[in-house]
Structures are given as structure tokens and as C-alpha cells.
Design a binder for this molecule. Structure first.
Ligand SMILES: [Zn+2]
Length: 89
């Protein structure tokens, strides 16, 4: 896969993304992504983004506002084996 902006080959990386779920802002660390080292563009699979959204919706919330930092790997663990292979993409 190549960067659509500059054409450079993408490298695997882990990024922090923001998702707002039920009014609360989550920062999700260590999301598997492809990044361009030249221009800094980051590509995250739509499937992974929607998985993250579903995982966040399934979280027990201590509070309904504000923000929280979560780790993609922890979210994976909470859901058991069904999405565990995302960690090795
Ligand atoms: Zn690029």
C-alpha cells in the first residue's frame, strides 16, 4: 500500500485516535495503522475504526462526560478472542 499523497510506501505503526461515544471523548492508543514517514499521513482500516467504535460502546462507563485514554490492546482483551487477531496485523 502506498501513500495517496506522495506515493511513498507505508509502514506499519500504532497510532492514537479520537472517538466520541455517547458524549464522551476517548483517546485510543496503539491502534494498528499504516503511516507515511514522508508526509506523516496516517491510514487506519475502516474495519478497525468501526471495531474500536463497537468496543468503546461496550465499555462500562464511570462517567458520561469528559475524556478517557484507553488502550486498543486492553479493549481487545475485554472482548476475548473474537478480535484478538487484530493485534498482529
Ligand atoms: Zn505520504
Amino acid at each position: 500500500m502506498k501513500c495517496v499523497f506522495c506515493g511513498r510506501d507505508l509502514v506499519k505503526s500504532y497510532e492514537t485516535i479520537e472517538r466520541r461515544v455517547k458524549g464522551k471523548l476517548y483517546y485510543v492508543k496503539n491502534v494498528p495503522a499504516d503511516a507515511c514517514k514522508l508526509c506523516g499521513e496516517v491510514y487506519i482500516d475502516d474495519e478497525i475504526v468501526s471495531k474500536v467504535g463497537k468496543m468503546l460502546e461496550g465499555l462500562k462507563q464511570n462517567q458520561s462526560t469528559g475524556s478517557e485514554v484507553v488502550d486498543f490492546k486492553d479493549l481487545n482483551n475485554d472482548l476475548g478472542t473474537s478480535v484478538s487477531n487484530f493485534a498482529v496485523i
